[in-house]
Ligand binder design. Structure first.
Ligand code: ATP
Length: 324
């Protein structure tokens, strides 16, 4: 009997950090209106697919034991959504290798959904227009369209209406992965609770003990967009902002120590990434990022420290551009 061995299609998908995350009031559909600037980082999951008799998801690597492998997995849902779109059975074995922390505010699940769309589009020979993939992605989650696109982008609506942002120079980041995760819906709910009570984030929550703006809402992203266009990291640090930070710190007060330690170690600025609990530290250059990462790793204020840069491309098949 002839056994056919299929080479897997392998897709690399980036994590994201929000350089600006402005959160509006909850809408009637339960989602919050967002104005955000995403950046794709050189911290990746890989999604590999091969043909199979049914649908199967396997997850390996960073935090994989916390990830479901049934229809709660976003990769599974992506396979079903793509198959339904083209009227075929979702038959594939999907293997996810996680490098992005689970429930870390870096869009790991969304990355796997985006990776699955791109991988199955290639394996099934669909060659769907990017616009179709983008629409299916938007139905899977607010961050999924950005992970398809990559780079740096302004997102409005639930974050899925995207405009590419021009940037000069790379940004150099140190990422502090926390012990445990935070549930994104819990963090939004905490923000609503704090806002309803008019509570402040509390004093002394930055490295110098200055009172942070707390619940004051972020203004427009214009200053940030100008700093990105100028490519000046020292201008970028002060204009990074995240409306979810007060809520993440309220649920995880220990992150204040992490943020303070990174800034003490020489980062230009530390922020909670998305809904947290990962903290992201912007550094002046690659050497500074390395120095900050070494110092932070020795402080015992987080589980793991990684260095990354951005912007990087969105989900892409490895080997497609002959440089992998
Ligand atoms: P975001 O930044 O988009 O809000 P996140 O990075 O904080 O999300 P994820 O890593 O996407 O969080 O995981 C959130 C939850 O989603 C996990 O607790 C996990 O149970 C579930 N999940 C479903 N599919 C995946 C996946 N492929 N990878 C990781 N988590 C997944």
């Amino acid at each position: 009997m002839l056994t056919v061995v299929h080479e897997p299609v392998v897709v690399q998908v980036p994590a994201k950090v929000n350089l600006h995350l402005g959160v509006g009031d909850p809408r009637p559909d339960g989602y919050h209106e967002l104005a955000t600037v995403f950046q794709a980082l050189s911290l990746h999951d890989t999604v590999s697919v091969v043909p199979a008799h049914g649908l199967e998801v396997r997850v390996r690597g960073e935090g994989s034991r916390f990830v479901p492998t049934d229809n709660r997995n976003l990769a599974w849902r992506a396979a079903e959504a793509l198959a339904a779109h083209v009227g075929r059975e979702p038959k594939a074995r999907i293997t996810v290798d996680k490098g992005i922390p689970v429930a870390g505010g870096m869009a790991g699940g969304s990355a796997d959904a985006a990776g699955t769309l791109v991988a199955l589009d290639a394996m099934w020979g669909l060659d769907l227009p990017r616009d179709d993939l983008r629409r299916i992605a938007a139905g899977l989650g607010s961050d999924v369209p950005f992970i398809l696109l990559g780079g740096t982008a302004l997102g409005t609506g639930r974050g899925e209406d995207l405009t590419t942002v021009l940037t000069r120079n790379s940004c150099h980041w140190v990422l502090a992965f926390a012990k445990g995760g935070l549930s994104t819906p819990d963090v939004f709910a905490e923000l609503d609770r704090l806002r309803a009570k008019g509570l402040s984030d509390g004093p002394g929550d930055d490295a110098q003990g200055r009172r942070q703006p707390g619940l004051r809402r972020l203004g427009s992203a214009d200053d940030l967009l100008q700093a990105l266009a100028a490519g000046d990291a020292s201008r970028l640090g002060p204009v990074l902002g995240n409306d979810l930070q007060a809520a993440a710190l309220s649920l995880r007060p220990d992150l204040r120590r992490t943020l303070a330690a990174g800034e003490r170690a020489g980062a230009l600025r530390g922020i909670v990434s998305g809904s947290g609990p990962t903290c992201a530290f912007l550094c002046a250059d690659e050497d500074a990022a390395l120095a900050v990462s070494l110092e932070l790793a020795g402080e015992g204020v987080c589980r793991t420290v990684r260095v990354a840069s951005g912007p990087v491309p969105g989900a892409r098949v490895l080997g497609d551009d002959h440089d992998d």
